[in-house]
Design a protein around this ligand. Structure first.
Ligand code: HEC
Ligand code: CU
Length: 469
């Protein structure tokens, strides 16, 4: 048996001398930990609902704060009264033999008063709640304030051309929840993109939310709330990203004019939807009217094969750009089969692999080409996206300001050669054996002539993907 050392005795005595020391130390420790923890709570986080940049999210935040203040008020009243009573009527020395105080059984005045107060507090919460429900539930189109949101009244002014369609409607985007990525259709413009979409600032945008597999949830916290995508059900929501120019006469708080300094917002699927659910992210770029019109025009362009040169005598004026690109791709693929040595650049070699041996064409669309697969994202603009694999691999430079081409290329190679490692469970090259470390073997066995895909091939395909912007 060990005897207590002198040091033990001293510390023991010290502790007895200062009975509050332990508790005080604990209080200091918790305060330090708490302040460290709270220091991490910046309102400026990419997905913080406390830093709204849209009309719907701002409305929801003010509702949240009203609820918080009312609850805090109730907490202080009830908790304060209880603390006061516990302290004031506590047992004191010598109270042991006193009789029990007289027990009360209800006081009509207090009871009715409390019921009335509760009703009043609930009404304080209910009125803005109902207002918020009405706000989100009806697509705003008929008040004068919303007129600028109708397609016809602004898109043409922004320099864009509109096909013959209902210009009295706001911009409408159909969101399709996939496992585990997002497709975005701008059907008014015949444009489809994936994983990253572009909207004009200060305009009402309607989102039709669809899923043909499981339930997903579309959530862009800084701009709007979240709504589920349910198979067999036509859900929708609307949102409007801030724009200083139109904000002046609106009463849902103040709107800052600095919204497009970066204009990039982060969203994600907020409903568990399977193996890769946690990686089902997306991004939104909020741009000016002019930039939106430019983006649509760019997205409507068909893609031509790398190194394509128009015939010397000029192209047939009767042919549309889509006809021309279709012909150009047909020629390119023919030539790649017959005369592979004529492919000189990495981009051309990559394109030939994409349409041939690597079988990417089975699942992906490239506008204007024979690649029309829809199992995977539309890749026509893939190199203009700030991220890859539904927001997972970041292509931005260290400042987060612009796309870093070196990093983007690295991400392309990593994704196409090891997508299963990057995003476990994703449905691109889903291996027969779960957990297969590398996918090149699968590509090789899928490939028409069983030639393995080499490292150089992956780099060539990545070089081709880099041209899709
Ligand atoms: C079996 C169908 C299939 C094949 C074949 C296929 N992909 Fe995919 N691809 C997908 C799916 C599904 C996704 C979405 C994966 C995810 O994010 O969960 C995807 C995602 C991608 C992305 C990311 C797109 C984005 O928006 O970030 C790229 C790039 C890509 N594929 C390139 C290729 C290339 C190159 C090939 C050929 C080597 C190829 N894919 C073959 C189905 C396929
Ligand atoms: Cu999902």
């Amino acid at each position: 048996m060990s005897q207590p050392t002198p040091l033990h005795k001293v510390s023991h005595r010290l502790r007895r001398l200062t009975p509050g020391a332990g508790a005080r130390g604990l209080a200091w420790l918790s305060a330090t930990c708490l302040s460290l923890l709270l220091a991490g709570c910046s309102f400026k986080q990419p997905q913080s609902t406390l830093d709204p940049h849209g009309l719907v999210s701002r409305d929801q935040l003010s509702l949240f704060y009203i609820t918080v203040w009312v609850s805090l008020f109730i907490f202080i009243c009830v908790g304060g009264t209880m603390a006061y009573a516990v302290w004031k009527f506590r047992e004191r020395p010598g109270d042991e033999n006193k009789p029990m105080p007289e027990q009360g059984h209800g006081n009509p005045l207090i009871e009715i008063g409390l019921i009335t107060a509760s009703i009043a507090l609930l009404v304080i919460i209910a009125v803005p709640t109902l207002k918020a429900i009405f706000l989100t539930d009806a697509l705003p189109t008929n008040q004068p304030y919303w007129q600028p949101s109708l397609l016809g009244s602004w898109y043409k002014k922004a320099g864009g051309t509109l096909p013959d369609l209902a210009t009295n409607e706001p911009l409408t985007i159909t969101v399709r929840g996939k496992q585990w990525w997002w497709a975005f259709d701008y059907s008014q413009f015949g444009v489809t993109t994936s994983n990253e979409f572009v909207i004009p600032a200060g305009k009402v945008v309607k989102f039709d939310l669809r899923s043909d597999n499981v339930i997903h949830s579309f959530w862009l916290p800084k701009i709007a709330g979240k709504v589920d995508l349910i198979p067999g059900r036509a859900n929708w929501m609307w949102m409007m990203a801030d724009d200083g120019k139109v904000a002046t006469d609106y009463d849902h708080g103040t709107m800052a004019a600095d919204q497009y300094e970066n204009g990039l917002y982060y969203g994600q699927c907020a409903q568990y939807c399977g193996e890769s659910h946690a990686f089902m992210l997306f991004r939104t770029r909020v741009v000016s009217d002019e930039d939106f019109a430019k983006w649509i025009a760019q997205a409507q362009q068909p893609v031509f094969p790398p190194g394509y040169q128009a015939p010397a005598g000029g192209t047939d004026p009767k042919k549309s750009p889509k006809d021309l690109s279709a012909q150009a791709w047909a020629d390119f693929v023919q030539n790649a089969l017959k005369n592979p040595a004529s492919l000189t650049t990495p981009e051309q070699k990559g394109a030939a692999l994409f349409f041939g041996r690597a079988t990417c064409i089975l699942c992906h669309t490239i506008n204007g080409s024979s690649a029309q697969g829809t199992l995977g994202p539309n890749l026509s603009l893939v190199a203009s996206r700030t991220a890859l694999a539904s927001g997972f691999l970041d292509n931005l430079d260290n400042d987060g300001k612009k796309i870093d081409p070196a990093r983007q290329k690295q991400n392309f190679v990593k994704w196409i050669s090891q997508s299963y490692d990057v995003k476990p469970g994703n449905l691109m090259w889903h291996p027969a054996t779960p957990g297969a470390p590398s996918l090149s073997g699968i590509v090789a066995t899928n490939a028409a002539n069983h030639t393995p895909i080499t490292d150089e091939d992956w780099h060539n395909i990545a070089a081709f993907l880099m041209t899709l912007k």
